[in-house]
Write a protein that binds this ligand. Structure first.
Ligand SMILES: Cc1cc2nc3c(=O)[nH]c(=O)nc-3n(C[C@H](O)[C@H](O)[C@H](O)COP(=O)(O)OP(=O)(O)OC[C@H]3O[C@@H](n4cnc5c(N)ncnc54)[C@H](O)[C@@H]3O)c2cc1C
Length: 354
């Protein structure tokens, strides 16, 4: 029986190990989660916005397949703490490609999707002052998940399936498939998949392995003390603002950052960005906490974490050397694509082992 090591206890590594168990005996799989796996990783910080539509066709197909699986499986929904709030994806204009993607989503998730122009979206009350010509993909059957909760449930399932789950950090991975845990004996594997998110690059560099073009970037959002509840989960490409309802009536709101190549675990919230997020939310969805411009009230909490990016924007399996792969590069969106991406990756790995 070939032996596979998955390095990384975020949603990518854990879900991949879980998929592998569907095809091969659990005891052939070792999962090294890091030390401890609950550290400030992207899966713990994730906003979890989940929908089928994405403007990139490949990502859209993965997101739609992931959401379709989630919706067909009540157990998975419970594990992932899925909340169906609906989703709005607002764009400056409707391209022909976008219309085709919407049709593709319609066929995957029937009865969920409609296209609305700015006027009709504004009439529904959640958004204001939308640019002329803008258009929204509105999904009824979408919302948000907790990648952190799903990871925790899957770890329990993995232990039950006989997978060796090791709560320890890997110091190095060699070209020959040797994995060296910190303070433990090395182990040799037929396949090693490095799914260590933002830590992947540093880990590979220690043994001179290439990283295939991975970078890191900070993602930042704020949690406001109360929310209008109106838009459900949303992305507004015309401003960059995204958000969703959060627990206890609060709202999660964010804007993209341009803070690239940040060391993992070293993300710091930028107060100026917090102010911009609150100002943009006030202008676009009429929501902002009391306390004047910027709303710098004590109850606004800023969250920042480092994520691993790849030029394709996709979480996918990438070969680096004979038997050595990465499975990372979620680029701020793997919460919604991980179910399909992990299935594809596991199938492809199992094929190489036959
Ligand atoms: C703030 C934020 C908000 C986000 N919001 C959304 C969203 O709304 N919707 C969406 O779809 N996506 C979202 N994402 C993206 C999504 O959450 C990530 O793509 C996904 O969680 C990445 O998972 P991962 O397993 O690749 O990485 P991580 O979750 O970072 O996991 C990497 C793991 O590797 C482990 N590790 C590191 N070094 C080692 C080592 N040497 N040995 C062993 N283990 C190691 C770490 O302990 C960690 O557990 C967001 C991301 C962030 C940061």
């Amino acid at each position: 029986m070939p032996r596979i090591a998955v390095v990384g206890g975020g949603i990518a590594g854990v879900t991949l190990a879980w998929r592998l168990c569907e095809s091969i005996r659990g005891t052939a799989v070792h999962l090294y989660t890091g030390e401890p796996y609950r550290r400030a990783d992207a899966s713990a910080a994730s906003g979890g916005l989940t929908r089928a539509f994405e403007p990139d066709p490949d990502l859209c197909m993965e997101a739609a397949a992931s959401l379709a699986e989630l919706q067909s499986d009540p157990v998975l929904q419970a594990w992932a703490s899925y909340r169906e709030t609906g989703s709005v994806y607002l764009m400056p204009a409707l391209g022909r490609d976008t219309a085709e993607l919407v049709d593709a989503v319609r066929s995957r998730i029937p009865g969920s999707v409609e296209l609305l122009d700015a006027g009709r979206l504004t009439a529904r009350g959640a958004f204001r002052d939308l640019p002329e010509g803008s258009v929204a993909v509105v999904e009824r059957r979408a919302g948000y998940v907790s990648p952190n909760a799903l990871r925790d449930k899957l770890l329990v399932e993995l232990a039950r399936s006989g997978v060796f789950v090791v709560d320890g950090r890997i110091e190095t991975v060699t070209r020959e498939g040797e994995v060296h845990p910190v303070g433990g004996p090395p182990a040799r594997f037929d396949v090693v998949v490095v799914a260590a998110g933002a830590w992947t690059r540093t880990l590979l560099a220690r043994t001179g392995l290439p990283d295939g073009g991975l970078r890191t970037k900070t993602i930042q959002y704020v949690l406001t003390p109360s929310g209008p509840g109106g838009p459900g989960a949303f992305v507004d490409e015309t401003t960059g603002l995204y958000g969703r309802p959060y627990a206890d009536g609060r709202m999660l709101l964010g804007l993209p950052t341009d803070r690239w190549d940040v060391p993992p675990g070293a993300a710091v919230a930028d107060p100026a960005l917090t102010t911009r997020i609150l100002d943009t939310a006030r202008a676009r969805i009429g929501h902002g906490p009391p306390g004047g411009k910027g709303g710098g009230g004590a109850e606004v909490t800023a969250v920042a974490a480092v994520e691993c990016y790849h030029a394709t924007g996709a979480l996918s399996l990438r070969p680096l050397a004979q038997g050595i792969y990465t499975f990372t590069g979620g680029s701020g969106g793997a919460g919604k694509t991980v179910l399909a991406a992990s299935r594809t990756a596991a199938r492809s790995l199992v094929r190489t082992l036959r």
